[in-house]
Write a new protein. Structure first.
Length: 150
């Protein structure tokens, strides 16, 4: 019984590694294809048990979105797809938070791309978003700091 579980775990781990590498290769090729054409803004929303998302926008000299790609999903089977919902808009003016056409994680990734672009154009370095476990820890800290209702 032990060896059956150990072999099953090894097979699942190996398959996950291979599919994860394929997903990274897909990201690199999509990024390279956009980067050859101009500047690229990237936004991320990491998810632990929920769907995560990555968006990439090709920008012209004035900051208008000319092309977009999105990756959204829970598994390593997700691949980049066309994302034309914001084409023609200025990235600094994009506000996806109220747009219900997209999932919550995708909207957060678009807002992250806008914020990253704003930081970089101001001469800063875009911060890495919190990992899912760090987000969970921050949520727990917030709950623990709330004053008790009197």
């Amino acid at each position: 019984m032990f060896w059956t579980i150990a072999i099953a775990f090894a097979v699942i781990y190996g398959l996950n590694t291979i599919l994860g590498l394929r997903q990274m290769k897909n990201f690199a090729s999509e990024f390279r294809a956009l980067r050859i054409r101009g500047r690229v803004a990237i936004g991320k929303r990491k998810g632990l048990l929920t769907a995560g998302a990555i968006v990439m926008f090709l920008l012209d000299e004035e900051g208008f979105i000319r092309d977009g790609r999105r990756l959204a999903g829970v598994s390593v089977l997700a691949r980049f797809r066309q994302f034309d919902g914001f084409n023609g808009q200025t990235l600094l003016d994009v506000d996806a938070s109220g747009d219900r056409r997209w999932t919550k994680s995708l909207r957060q990734a678009v807002d992250n791309a806008r914020d990253n672009y704003r930081i970089v154009t101001d001469g800063g370095t875009a911060p890495e978003p919190l990992s899912p476990l760090a987000q969970l820890g921050a949520s727990v800290k917030k709950i623990r700091r709330r004053p008790a209702a009197a």
